[in-house]
Design a protein around this ligand. Sequence first.
Ligand code: NOJ
Length: 771
Amino acid sequence: MLKHRFFGVQFFGIMLLSLLSLVVNLQAQTASPTLNDSKLDARVNALLRQMTLEEKVGQLVQYSAGSPTGPGTGRGDYPDMIAKGGIGSLFNLTGAREVNAMQKIAVEKSRLHIPLIFGLDVIHGYRTTFPVPLGMSATWNPALVEKAARVAAVEASSEGVRWTFSPMVDIARDARWGRIVEGNGEDTYLGQAMARAYVRGYQGASLQDPSSILACVKHYVAYGAAEGGRDYNTVDISDRSLRQAYLPPFKAAVDSGAATVMSAFDDLQGVPSTANPYTLTQILRGEWGFRGFVVSDWNSVGELIPQGVALDPAMATRKALTAGVDMDMESNSYATTLLQQVKSGQVPQSVVDEAVRRILRVKFAMGLFEHPYSDEAKSPITTLDPEHVAATRAVAEESFVLLKNDAASGAPVLPLSSTVKTIALVGPLADDAANMLGSWSTKGDAKDVITFRKALSDRLEQSQGKLLYAKGTDILSTSDTGFAEAVSAARQADVVIAALGEDAGLMTGEAASRAHLDLPGNQQQLLQALAATGKPVLLIVFSGRPLILNWEAAHIPAILEAWFPGIQAGPALVRTLFGDVNPSGRLTTTFPRAVGQEPLYYNAMNTGRPAGDVDLTRPPNGAGEKYRSRYIDEQSSPLFPFGYGLSYTKFQYSSPSLSAQSLTAASLNSGSSILTVSGEVKNTGSRGGSEVVQLYIRQIGTSVTRPVRELKGFQKISLAPGESKKVEFKLGKDELAFWNIDMKNVVEPAKVTVWIGPNSTEGSAAQFTIN
Ligand code: NOJ
């Protein structure tokens, strides 16, 4: 479309150059270019040569057209700026018609007709809202997550959005941090698998596909390691930890072709991530060869001033741009100070050119010059595609983690019998549509949600059962006026279901760190009142983080962690509770016993004085018990460990067998040898079910300390009752190398223990040696 404009009368002056770029355009259209395609560079350079300095700066500028998540610029002159070539990207604008109207200004009114990229936080679905990302990670099913991202891309792109600020791949080891909900939990290996899945799903087979949306991997980097779990706080971790734990999911996303990266708000090792040449240039571009562009986080360029490394917006601009931040999201610093600084020689023109090149390269690669507009016939989305709805229900069902299912008096509480007569449903989240959407559901609509109450009542209607509903309390309430009604409903019921948890908007996501991790308000007291009736009580926890559930785990026979499950919350829960679906979610974050244990994560280093289980009811018995790495008032172990989750059936594991007892570090480093670890898993129960078979290793005798356990493989398998399957894992350089004492990522001689098991604390072990 755009190329025809090159022939308009008003462009005779640049006709020759334009014709040239048209030829380049046509050549490039024959194949789907990737960011590494050198043909793109010719087009980029041809266009760059035509640009004024003002137009170059314009490409580096991004504004929000609405719904701010931070202090806005207050500017409203976007159409004028766009017409002057003063904006490279807008975000928070949706709807093909609305987006096209802005795009038209860029394409028709700006001198060089460079289209805008339209972005949005499409975090866990667009209109069809999926479970929150932490819930999606609990599926341990990257293929399913890829599908969810594809659905989001199809819907978002049909409404003019061609860029999402997702996936968030921040490793999060501290449950206090509100943004733990946005990522894949605490583990690097799982985080890498999920990072790849999201990028594949969003970007599809080719960036040029009209349903492809650019991925933006964020928040680069180590934002999740904020001290005290307090959002935006300082991160001071070692380089080894940065490279070992925090960087790999970003690299996995970049290697999968992620077109963009977002620089984070944090101060990393004393240098803010938005002005950090080491991470943005040396590692991202130099070591990894990233060819896309980096956008700042919301006003993170402006925040270099309160962080103390910039005196004013000009200095902030200089630091961010030269460190490697190509596009300034919403701080207005590049727009207002860069031009002058290039003219005065404070910022080299070459730095600006390089940033513009990176942005144009992405615009060309996604075919934006040929197809700048969205198909208005497909927008706005008013109906929910049944396939998309089915996908979100499937993800929700695999995301639930059964934390406890005890035989209170004989049989386990779950699954519920299809003939159960009367159920009392209690709790503030039982009939709450808005909260089911979770945090960051920009375009999610509570009207699309089928609540738990609605789905349960439909189900009981079919079986002539009876549902007694009483809210009992509000999420943050301290009033117990609703308790009596709830208790009376419980007394009349065969089973009581309590739907309790957090407020998704207030208590999870950005700027929602918590110092207390219990059920909020008086929900635990409500639960206690329900339990006191003596009826079997089943607890469903809706949360965006691990909560502290000590009393609950000790007194409630069945607990299901449901996260915030999305628009199919109700049907997915009901199908799970009645056993149409067997829970197969596993924790991707450790559930602590006390806030004081945080940060608590499974793949920690050992100490010289490991705690072991201690008897807290009496003082330590002598120095051997006292001088341990432990708390005097709490166990060191978690309440529920990483990888944990129950099923309605039982799985039995054989001991792992290894293809060799010893290998050499040299052969592993050269890639010429690989160890195969295999094990047999059997479904010994009477129901079919899926198990997440997990492989962990520990290396000792190495030049640096290594974690007590590290996930290095997982497979989700389905087994019919009585069925066995052999599961095989490969351990090669990727799995066995680590950042050693010389800061080289290599395999070292070591003694290695391997476990295959159902979670990070169980499984039987085998050993091999690396010589
Ligand atoms: C701030 C958040 O940190 C980031 O995740 C988000 O993408 C931007 N705002 C844009 O909304």
